[in-house]
Design a binder for this molecule. Sequence first.
Ligand code: IPM
Ligand code: MG
Length: 362
Amino acid sequence: MKIAVLPGDGIGTEIVAEAVRVLQALELPIEMESALVGGAAYEAHGHPLPESTLKLAMDADAVLFGAVGDWKYDKLDRPLRPEQAILGLRKHLGLFANFRPAICYPELVGASSLKPELISGLDILIIRELTGDIYFGQPRGRRTATDGHFPGAEEAFDTMRYSKPEIERIAHVAFQAARKRSKKVTSVDKANVLETFQFWKDVVTEVHAQYPDVELEHMYVDNAAMQLVRAPKKFDVVVTGNMFGDILSDEASMLTGSIGMLPSASLNTKNQGLYEPSHGSAPDIAGKNLANPLATILSAAMMLRFTFNQTEAADRIETAVSSVLASGLRTTDIWSEGTTKVSTRGMGDAVVAAITKTITKG
Ligand code: IPM
Ligand code: MG
């Protein structure tokens, strides 16, 4: 089991360090190697995704990724900005299927901005297509420009596109995931306005014919954004394109009150995967030992489950996280009256201790 560890920027280094300690506590035959990515790699090597980092990731079975980005890089040419590192990894590794679960932990019901009855027991799986759409359209850029900021440019454009095979494969992923859950898929589009998404809708409908046991519903993205806050529990598996998935997954994560809790997995056809928390690099709290490492720790559990088929080890991590929450430990982002505030490291320590206990018990 070879893991490329790419902590990245901001809180990335702190949260990934805790996930690494958790993986080590499992005492499995795991090899881990780290490399710089994002702004940190730009500072050291002049590029957010250096050749050596990309190679490490491509040669590994899985990538454990922290987060990239900082406002201070906003003035760089686009190809040199930290975000290009994650986009490059997705593209080069062909990580087209992005799983973003939004689960409301019973202990954290009170942390949501929605009423408890709306979100208690919430368990949605957003499946976002990750290597197509307007994110990777051609051509891409502003006209008549040579530098990143084009003071004299008259227009800017990005193209939205999807090919049939791209839609088909993500649709299969969604229907198969639904078979293991409550057998319902909501496909989110904007077919009323965009040709790309009329095509999306048609292709998803065509693929659905192979899954008569799964219910398929189509929903426009604006309506989906509204329904997510009106009655989120009506959703189960949501499948959508890259851009809508970016937006809706942030919305869904916040329903649970704790974006700091949500892991994600991005897989290719070979089951190689990149695992990262759903949240960003949070430069404002970086280096302060405040960030919640649980999303990254739970991403490591997803890695064990999806890429390595180590169900038991994955369960062990998830059980440890639940027991730590049940014991009342909270990082600042999920803290509430009556619970105990811990640091990033303190939370990592607690999860490691809970795992070690289960190992000793056998
Ligand atoms: C995400 C992030 C990325 C995206 C950025 C950092 C490029 O927002 O993973 O959701 O837009 O996909
Ligand atoms: Mg996003």
